[in-house]
Write a new protein. Structure first.
Lengths: 134, 35
């Protein structure tokens, strides 16, 4: 799995902890990384992902349908799952403020033993913590 | 470089720099079925 993940574009390093079942991925400094492809890569190596958390830095924007999103690259953004944290970030939409957040991009549906994640589905980011505002 | 070009360069840099620093910094996955 480590080699499989390491071959994905934008991945700088992969650290697998067998003890607690955690996989840490450090993206390349300037590379674009696709969380959907990482989910697929893990699934293809024979294990299933229970949760995927990210730490991301970007600006709050609104997409064409008016939904809040975190823009992490000029052509990559994640729509925000509405919660208390996303409500607090609403005034920052369209502002030049850059924020660093910890959030959840994927959680395995309850009750399913092994399910193939839909890599083409747009991922919504559930913000768990705002770490920095700049 | 004339002043007009310099001002344009500063404004453009200011507009582009915040998003150029934006990125995914770290990803952590909890996996099941790993041996």
């Amino acid at each position: 799995m480590k080699q499989h993940l390491g071959r994905q574009s934008g991945v700088q390093s992969v650290d697998v902890s067998l003890l607690d079942g955690k996989v840490q991925i450090v993206p390349k400094e300037d590379g674009r990384i696709d969380p959907g492809q990482l989910l697929k890569a893990v699934y293809d190596s024979g294990v299933s992902v229970a949760e995927m958390d990210v730490i991301a830095r970007g600006k709050i924007a609104r997409d064409s349908s008016g939904e809040l999103a975190l823009q992490v690259a000029p052509n990559q953004s994640f729509n925000l799952e509405p919660n208390d944290m996303s409500k607090q970030l609403e005034p920052l939409a369209g502002q030049p403020t850059v924020i660093t957040v910890r959030g959840q991009l994927y959680k395995k549906p309850a009750g399913k033993k092994k399910s193939k994640p839909d890599v083409s589905a747009p991922r919504k980011l559930l913000i768990l913590e705002v770490q920095k505002k700049e | 470089m004339d002043a007009k070009k310099f001002v344009l360069l500063v404004l453009l840099g200011g507009a582009l720099s915040p998003i150029s620093q934006a990125q995914i910094k770290h990803i952590e996955m909890r996996v099941e079925g790993m041996t």
